[in-house]
Write a protein of this length. Structure first.
Length: 290
């Protein structure tokens, strides 16, 4: 079986609670989190772009910081104005596409992630809205995350639907690796069912950082990862590229699981990883080069 090109990383890289589980506790004044992250991974999914319109100078600094890594790419998450609020203007479109173009021109763009909420079911109004976004962002690889099972088995020519792993609650779409346009984009949110249910009940309420992210607190077991590996390899012959994004980010669990999948998806090869993560998760030593 031929292994497709693999891009494996996490949703975001700037988390204070990744110290010291991934980023070292003692850091020099020149230490940079993105540069350290890029030493070990070849993709990161930018979450900040969902909440704010990022200054182009910031994006240019990202590009400079990863110059040493030829294959490193960024996946940019579309701002919530387009997906959740559905209120945007030409200036906001231009602000976002300018950053996409910066990354694309530097050959650092993995694609555009368009994430919709659980309430975005498959109906005529929502299909038309999706079609509108596809037209606006023509010319970029687009990955669409829908969480409602009414979208299950839907196909599209100009986008690739994401495969997502999340607690199977209510009308949640099931985990089933999807291939589209010779690509697969998988996002792992964890399986913390109790915390997920609680977060739904607390939607719109004032919450602390820990409360907001509790539903993503989940560490995939070796057995779960083996099952994921087996399911994903079933579509290897249908794709040329596979993107794997771990979003179970609290305390850097996403980093650890990303390293494990990196090894499994390449037939248990040894992976370069820092001592910080193997000290935190000793089971990773089986996958580590050092």
């Amino acid at each position: 079986m031929k292994t497709p090109q693999l891009y494996i990383g996490t949703a975001g890289w700037s988390y204070k609670d990744w110290v010291p589980n991934f980023y070292p506790k003692q850091q020099s004044k020149d230490f940079d989190w993105l540069q350290f992250y890029a030493e070990y991974f070849n993709i990161v999914e930018v979450n900040a772009s969902y909440y704010t319109y990022i200054n182009q100078r910031v994006v240019e600094s990202w590009i400079r910081k990863v110059e040493f890594k030829d294959d490193f790419i960024f996946s940019l998450k579309l701002h919530q104005d387009f997906t959740h609020k559905r209120k945007f203007n030409p200036a906001q479109i231009k602000s976002f596409t300018s950053n996409l173009d910066l990354l694309k021109d530097s050959e650092r763009l993995g694609g555009l992630l368009i994430q919709f909420p659980y309430s975005f079911d498959c109906n005529d109004t929502n299909i038309e809205h999706l079609r509108k976004l596809i037209q606006i962002f023509d010319g970029y690889d687009k990955y669409v995350e829908v969480r409602h099972k009414s979208w299950h088995n839907k196909k599209a020519k100009s986008i690739t639907f994401c495969t997502i792993d999340q607690p199977q609650i209510g009308e949640a779409i099931p985990f089933e690796p999807v291939a589209g346009n010779q690509k697969a984009y998988l996002r792992f949110h964890g399986r913390n069912e109790d915390a997920w249910k609680e977060s739904i009940g607390n939607y719109g309420k004032q919450q602390s950082y820990d409360e907001q992210n509790a539903r993503y607190k989940y560490f995939y077991s070796p057995g779960e990862l083996v099952e994921i590996n087996q399911k994903l390899k079933e579509i290897y012959d249908k794709v040329k590229k596979v993107f794997v994004i771990m979003n179970n980010h609290p305390q850097a669990d996403a980093v650890a699981n990303a390293f494990e999948l990196m090894s499994l998806l390449q037939d248990n090869i040894k992976i370069n990883m820092p001592k910080t993560i193997t000290d935190t998760h000793p089971r990773l030593k089986d996958f580590a080069k050092n």
